[in-house]
Write a protein that binds this ligand. Structure first.
Ligand code: PBG
Ligand code: ZN
Length: 334
């Protein structure tokens, strides 16, 4: 074997000479069916607000969803993830678990336009609380802290309420300990034992969420999220997070961000190959490509397809990406 394994008998360029040949031996394929498009649903009517830090992305009111959903379907996108911007924010984020909340109102409208579209519901509190934190804030030893177990009760209510409205997949994003456990129990008790949970199992306390926080109007008014999200320097801890989520009943795992955490995607996929793994190509990662492309410093189409392919090659089965529409259209061109 080894005496055959090198030049001049072995020439790796043999399989690179022609496009069809390269297609034949390509190891990773990108498909529109692997994409999940995030949508920002805003209260009010007649609204399609461009998000300054996310060119091409909008806050949309429910009455303007029709065109958007039809376009998405036309492009071959099969999945969306919803983020709500409610009219009223309060200390507990009550809109998120009210049956008349923004997401609970939007889902039936979307389902009416496109019953087959998979609707993933992001479950957290930061878009719904007046303080912008991901749960219940209490005062403890002269400090404001996010109370884990009080938050769990409300997360369960939010998940059941979104399931009742018709969400197909429940996706808790707050990195609250025990979130998958309580949500699984609550869904089962409410008769939703068939609703899968996509856990944001490995979500880093990252600088890559800045544009999203503008888009979803959910930046924390004080402090940060480092007491619940993972330290960016850690890798083994990601395996602990995933193993707990799996034990608690997660059906799918996620790593977030994606482009800056390809090593984590690979590690999680190798540790748990049997679970579908999503990766969230975040708003900051989106904005960096957009900004460089706008300046003419990078070719947007090839950069985007390269990054998305790399995320899949690293081990992600599907990608949540603001580029879903563009990438689907580009993949359709050839
Ligand atoms: C929380 C949530 C956030 C994102 C997805 N879900 C914001 C945060 O954790 O601060 C970020 C997504 C992105 O940056 O694109 N509801
Ligand atoms: Zn949050």
């Amino acid at each position: 074997m080894s005496h055959l394994g090198h030049y001049p008998k072995t020439r790796l360029r043999r399989l690179r000479h022609a496009p069809n040949l390269r297609d034949l031996v390509r190891e990773t394929a990108l498909n529109a069916t692997d994409f999940v498009l995030p949508l920002f649903i805003r209260h009010g009517s007649g609204i399609k607000n461009p998000i300054p830090s996310m060119p091409g992305q909008f806050q949309i009111s429910i009455d303007r969803l029709d065109d958007e959903i039809r376009e998405i379907i036309q492009l071959g996108i099969k999945n969306v993830i919803l983020f709500g911007i409610p009219e009223h924010k309060d200390a507990l984020g009550q809109d998120s678990y009210s049956d008349n909340g923004i997401i609970q109102t939007a889902i039936p409208v979307i389902k009416k336009i496109a019953p087959e579209l998979v609707v993933i519901s992001d479950i957290c509190f930061c878009e719904y609380t007046d303080h912008g934190h991901c749960g219940v804030i209490i005062r403890h030893d002269d400090q404001y802290v996010l109370d884990n177990d009080k938050t769990l009760e409300l997360l369960a209510k939010q998940a059941v309420s979104h399931a009742r409205a018709g969400a197909d997949i429940i996706a808790p994003s707050g990195m609250i300990d025990g979130m998958v456990h309580v949500i699984r129990n609550a869904l089962d008790q409410a008769g939703f034992n068939n609703k899968p949970i996509l856990s944001y199992s490995v979500k880093y306390s990252s600088s890559m969420y800045g544009p999203f926080r503008q888009a979803a109007e959910g930046a924390p008014k004080f402090g940060d999220r480092s007491t619940h999200m993972m330290d960016i320097a850690n890798s083994s801890e990601a395996i602990r997070e995933c193993s707990l989520d799996i034990a608690e009943g997660a059906d799918m795992l996620m790593v977030k961000p994606a482009h800056t955490y390809l090593d984590i995607i690979t590690r999680v996929k190798q540790a748990y190959p049997e679970l579908p793994l999503g990766a969230y190509h975040t708003s900051g990662e989106f904005a960096m490509i957009k900004a460089a492309a706008e300046k003419g410093w990078i070719n947007e189409k090839s950069a985007v397809l390269e990054v998305l392919t790399s995320i899949r090659r690293a081990g992600a089965d599907f990608i949540i990406t603001y580029f879903a529409k563009d990438a689907a259209a580009w993949l359709d061109e050839v």
